[in-house]
Structure formats: structure tokens, C-alpha cells
Ligand binder design. Structure first.
Ligand code: DC
Length: 220
């Protein structure tokens, strides 16, 4: 395996990106960078200190001030200004609002800078929406994961069932569709597959099968 391997995994919510990326990082012993967690961190922070999310200037300023640290142990904690926010960023409220702040160019500039610095630390598998198209355009392997809207909502709903949050399947599906739409239609770095990405539909495939396919692509 080469020294500074870069694997980009993009796709819509619930396509399995983080599960697959974590599995690959574990198998290859390389860093995993969850870029969605960074956008969630800024959203959570703004909500917790009552900055209205439509105040772009204030949100961008907050993004540049926040000290976001991703921990690269298997615990995969995320801290913001010293506070462990790993669980707090996964609530339906944060999920509902994150697309708003992810559309701000100034927020993206700050987080892309952090993401590229993470990639300089060593071999990395990074997941998000614009990794192959913008953050790591020279990545060795670009994967665009998809699955049907029904399947993606089902996965996210099952995940949320493990937490104390009560939310119906219909609500999860509706929130997810709205989020996908905003992510696809925004002006800066919209969610689209890179021209050289391999598109992998994960509907009906097991996590292990998907990981195997991706690993075999790296080895080819
Ligand atoms: O992957 P996720 O669901 O945790 O991402 C949360 C949101 O962050 C998603 O709706 C879009 C945004 N995002 C983005 O715009 N660019 C990225 N590279 C990663 C996430």
C-alpha cells in the first residue's frame, strides 16, 4: 500500500458511508475522517449558544473560532472547544439544520482546510459529499455510494432506534429527502459524483460485501 493513500467516499445521507469508511479504516489501519461530523459540530455549537442559523456572518465567524478535534482512536470521539459532542451532533434537530450551515461558503472554506490538513497526516479514508469533487480531487480511489431512498431512510431510522430519540420512519424519510435536496441544489460544492468516481449501489448488499468490493478496487 502506498504511503499517503487517499480514499474518498461520497454519497447521500444513509447510503452507508460512515459504516463503510470506518470498516475500511479498520481493515487497512488508516485514518478515518468523518467530514459530516464537522458540519454537524458547527451546527450543534451554533444551536447551543443560540446563534440563529440564518445569520451567515455570525455562523462563519463561529466556524473559524471553533476548535474541532477528531480523535483517531476506535472510539472516534469528536470534541468542540474541549467538549465531547460525539452524541450531541447525531440528534434529529442537528440533522434537520445542518444543511443550512453546510451551504455557507465561509463555513466550507474553514472545514475543507481542516479536512485537507487531516489528509496530510497519513493515509486516509474520508467521507462526505464533496470529497472526490473538491476536498481531495487527486484521491487514489473515489467511491460514490448510493441506495434507494426507502433503504437509506430505513437504515437511518434503525440507527436512531438505538438512541433515546423517538422519531417515526415517515419523519426520518421526509427529513432525509429535504436534506438531500438542499445538499444537491446548493451552489457551493453540491452533492454530485466526481467524473472519475465509481458508483456503488449498496441496496441489498451487506457491509462486508461492500467493504470487500472497495478493498479489491484499491488492490487493483
Ligand atoms: O454525513 P452526514 O449526514 O453526517 O452529513 C451532515 C450534513 O453535512 C449533510 O447534510 C451535508 C453536510 N456535508 C457537506 O455538505 N459536505 C461534506 N463533505 C459532509 C457533509
Amino acid at each position: 500500500m502506498k504511503d499517503n493513500l487517499q480514499i474518498a467516499i461520497d454519497g447521500p445521507a444513509g447510503a452507508g458511508k460512515s459504516t463503510i469508511a470506518k470498516g475500511i479504516a479498520h481493515r487497512l489501519g488508516i485514518f478515518y475522517v468523518d467530514t459530516g461530523a464537522m458540519y454537524r459540530a458547527i451546527t450543534y455549537k451554533a444551536m447551543s449558544i443560540n446563534i440563529p442559523l440564518d445569520q451567515e456572518e455570525a455562523i462563519v465567524e463561529l466556524a473559524w473560532k471553533c476548535d474541532i478535534v477528531l480523535d483517531h482512536t476506535e472510539a472516534r470521539k469528536i470534541h468542540c472547544d474541549g467538549q465531547d459532542i460525539t452524541e450531541a451532533i447525531r440528534t434529529p434537530e442537528v440533522s434537520r439544520n445542518v444543511s443550512i450551515i453546510a451551504a455557507y461558503a465561509g463555513v466550507r472554506e474553514r472545514l475543507v482546510d481542516l479536512q485537507r490538513r487531516e489528509a496530510q497526516r497519513g493515509s486516509v479514508v474520508m467521507d462526505g459529499r464533496d470529497i472526490g469533487t473538491y476536498v481531495l480531487p487527486e484521491a487514489d480511489l473515489k467511491i460514490f455510494l448510493t441506495a434507494t431512498a426507502e433503504e437509506r431512510a430505513r437504515r437511518r431510522w434503525l440507527e436512531l432506534q438505538k438512541t433515546s430519540k423517538q422519531i417515526s420512519f415517515a419523519e426520518v424519510k421526509r427529513d432525509m429527502q429535504m436534506r438531500d435536496q438542499t445538499d444537491q441544489q446548493r451552489e457551493v460544492s453540491p452533492l454530485v459524483p466526481a467524473a472519475d468516481a465509481i458508483i456503488l449501489d449498496t441496496t441489498g448488499l451487506s457491509v462486508e460485501e461492500i467493504i470487500e468490493r472497495i478493498i479489491s478496487l484499491i488492490n487493483n
